[in-house]
Structure formats: structure tokens, C-alpha cells
Design a protein around this ligand. Structure first.
Ligand code: FE2
Length: 281
């Protein structure tokens, strides 16, 4: 799937943009499927009013979040929940769905496990790719939250580092509606932090490894039409702005790790033995 030039670009920049990787039609189908899933959500059900806020990481002690590695759960935008109630219609309040749609939902499974993606993973050097995490991100109009500058290795730690993000634009992503921004070549910067469970295993916290924050000076926007796949190296700093526009910016991300790497037990995302990680087949 990937030419030697594309692999060299990924190696050099830490990211690779593959336009028209999936059809706009496939994106629309996934979007319609997601709308159906949202219709089934009862916000009064269980603990499901968790706000996903990457700046404060306040969800780090929240069971709804911490137990979501083997489930399909929803999280709300900061600003959409006030005093335990939604301030906008649910369809416009959801920040994301996560984190195991690729294993539990047939439509997401079909989107995530294709021969083309398996070939890309093989080209990237995965010996034993494992689909660890899936997220459907809404970036809602007007209230879609910022995703703070981070690298994915911080959150999905393996030894050695192996995670690669497969980021799909499901809708057109522009600077106006909060597209991705990346730091070309920034994957060579040693990772700044690690998000991990604290020893009693009831709460996840950010552990600082280097107090010097990533520079924002070198970020460049990655505007992407629906159907574009962006590959993100696990140590590449990336960011997205709040969406203050009137258009949503839906995206789907799949995070893949290598089964030959060690996956520490104190990662926040945990899988029970009943739902083992699987590859692209
Ligand atoms: Fe990320």
C-alpha cells in the first residue's frame, strides 16, 4: 500500500496523509450508523454524564472512563453538561464514543478491519498489529473542545514504543472547524509525560517525565477532506483547536500497537481476558 517515498516521509515527519483512502460514501455510512447509536443513548443511564476534557483530565478518576477499554461508551463536551443535565440536544453534546467499537460494533469492525489497513500496518513494520483503541470524535459545532498538545504514546504506552494512530476524517476538517495540527519531525522529541494508573489502581494521573512543554511554534495544520487517512507516529505531538464554527468535524481514530511489545498493566486502558486484543483479520 505504501511506497518507499511515503514510508520515508512518515519516517522523516512522523505523520503521513493519505487522501481518498476511504470513499466519502463509506464515511457517510459510518456517520449515519453513529447517529443511530446516539439515538439509543439515555443520558440518565448509569454514570454516563462524563465530560471528556483533555486539558484538565478530570475524568481520570471516573469509572465510566476507566472501564471503557472494552466497551462502547459516550463522553460529553465540556460546556454541554451543567449541574448534571445536558444544555444542548444529546446529538450535539457528545464529545466522543470510545473505546472498543472496533471489537464490539459490526459497522465499526468492518470499517476498522480491511485488507487495505492490514497492508498499511504491515508496511509500517508491525509484526503483530493489535487494534487497541477506537474513538469516534464529534468536535461539535460551537462547543467542540480543544484536544491539548500530546502524543499518543503518553496514553497508550508500550515498551518499546509501538503505537501508531490511524486518524480518519469522516467529515471535511479545516482550520475553521478544528482540524489536526502536527509538529513535523516532532516524533524525535523524547516523550514528555505518561498517563498511568496510580498504584492502588483506582485513578489515572499524568506523570511528568520532562517538565518543558512541547513548543507550539512548529505546529502546522492538516486540513483533510472526508475519507483522508492520517497516520500519526506514537511520539508525534499533535493538537486540535476548539470548534467555534457552525460545522461539526467528525473523525474516527484507531490506535494500533505491536503485540510483540510489552503493554504495562498500569496503562489506563485495560482489557479483560474475555475480550483479547485482535489484529486486522
Ligand atoms: Fe492523539
Amino acid at each position: 500500500m505504501l511506497s518507499p517515498e511515503q514510508l520515508a516521509t512518515f519516517e522523516r515527519d512522523g505523520f503521513l496523509v493519505l487522501s481518498n483512502f476511504v470513499s466519502r460514501e463509506r464515511c457517510d455510512e459510518l456517520k449515519t450508523h453513529v447517529e443511530g447509536l446516539l439515538d439509543e443513548i439515555d443520558p440518565a443511564d448509569g454514570a454516563g454524564l462524563t465530560v471528556f476534557d483533555t486539558s484538565e483530565q478530570a475524568h481520570g478518576d471516573d469509572e465510566w472512563f476507566l472501564d471503557s477499554g472494552d466497551k462502547v461508551r459516550w463522553f460529553f463536551e465540556d460546556g454541554a453538561v451543567v449541574n448534571g443535565a445536558l444544555t444542548v440536544p444529546l446529538r450535539l453534546a457528545v464529545n466522543k464514543l470510545g473505546h472498543a467499537m472496533h471489537d464490539l460494533d459490526p459497522a465499526f469492525e468492518a470499517f476498522s478491519r480491511t485488507p487495505e489497513l492490514a497492508a498499511v500496518a504491515a508496511d509500517l513494520g508491525f509484526g503483530d498489529p493489535k487494534l487497541l483503541q477506537s474513538m469516534y470524535i464529534f468536535k461539535q459545532p460551537g462547543i467542540g473542545g480543544e484536544v491539548s498538545l500530546h502524543c499518543d504514546h503518553t496514553f497508550l504506552w508500550t515498551e518499546p514504543q509501538s503505537v501508531i494512530g490511524f486518524w480518519f476524517a469522516i467529515e471535511d476538517a479545516t482550520q475553521e472547524n478544528g482540524c489536526l495540527w502536527v509538529h513535523p519531525g516532532g516524533h524525535r522529541i523524547p516523550v514528555k509525560s505518561r498517563y498511568r494508573m496510580i498504584p492502588d489502581l483506582t485513578e489515572a494521573r499524568m506523570q511528568t517525565l520532562d517538565p518543558e512543554p512541547y513548543s507550539t511554534d512548529d505546529l502546522m495544520p492538516l486540513e483533510a477532506d472526508a475519507g483522508t487517512l492520517v497516520l500519526l507516529h506514537g511520539t508525534l505531538p499533535h493538537w486540535s483547536a476548539p470548534n467555534t464554527s457552525s460545522r461539526s468535524r467528525h473523525a474516527y481514530t484507531l490506535h494500533v500497537i505491536d503485540g510483540v511489545a510489552d503493554y504495562p498493566a498500569d496503562n489506563w486502558l485495560r482489557r479483560p481476558p474475555e475480550l483479547p486484543l485482535r489484529g486486522f483479520a
